[in-house]
Design a protein around this ligand. Structure first.
Ligand code: ADP
Length: 195
């Protein structure tokens, strides 16, 4: 990872690629908060806040929460004090509109991204992982039908972001298959490579 005043990095990848787990490990290592849009939405759903009520119907259907709602939430979060020394975004941005809005937020904060981590995985394996997680955690958005829809939404709306960040020289592609620890090692090895 490049040294800069604000380390900002975010892991992305298709649903079920284990990005939440890896995000927490990376953030702990760099002593920065892991900001997961999925976790924030789920906390709001659990707390029955107006944001949660609005977000839930999209999440349950495997759709993305509208950009305006998501962007406002991330902007607020990045303005909190604990993000001043850097942060890791997990699950954001996921659309081209979010990329543009994030650029504007970072400009306002006089910050920039150091790296964009994308975890790659095979579709069959992903679906198996998601079904397993549904079994363990009982997430409403982990039924087989919703899983299929989420994969489709990812392919349509998020996959194109990979090319955008590759073009900017920020992309770090890591094989997300295999044991959690093995993937963690690959991520750290990749981040230490000079750009
Ligand atoms: P996964 O990585 O398994 O897709 P997340 O916990 O990251 O799960 O997200 C769960 C849900 O929260 C998403 O399916 C979507 O409905 C909503 N969500 C999370 N991040 C975003 C985002 N950046 N834009 C829109 N919706 C989001």
């Amino acid at each position: 990872m490049k040294g800069s005043s604000a380390d900002a990095t975010h892991p992305d990848g298709p649903p079920g690629a284990g990005k939440g787990t890896q995000a927490k490990v990376i953030a702990t290592h760099f002593h920065i908060p892991a900001i997961s849009t999925g976790d924030i939405f789920r906390a709001n759903v659990a707390g029955k806040t107006p944001l949660g009520v609005e977000a839930q119907r999209y999440m349950d259907a495997g759709e993305y929460v509208p950009d305006q709602v998501t962007n406002a939430m991330v902007r607020d979060r990045l303005n909190l004090q604990d993000a001043e020394g850097g942060f890791l975004l997990d699950g954001y941005p996921r659309t081209l509109a979010q990329v543009q809005e994030l650029d504007s937020m970072l400009d306002d904060l006089d910050s920039s991204l150091d790296a964009v981590v994308v975890l790659t995985a095979e579709l069959d394996e992903l679906v198996q992982r998601l079904l397993q997680r549904a079994h363990v955690e009982g997430r409403a958005d982990d039924t087989e039908e919703v899983i299929r829809r989420r994969q489709q939404v990812y392919a349509e709306q998020t996959e194109p972001l990979i090319a955008v960040y590759r073009e900017r020289g920020l992309l770090v592609e890591v094989d997300g298959m295999g044991e959690i620890d093995a993937v963690t090692h690959r991520i750290f090895d990749s981040l230490e490579q000079p750009a």
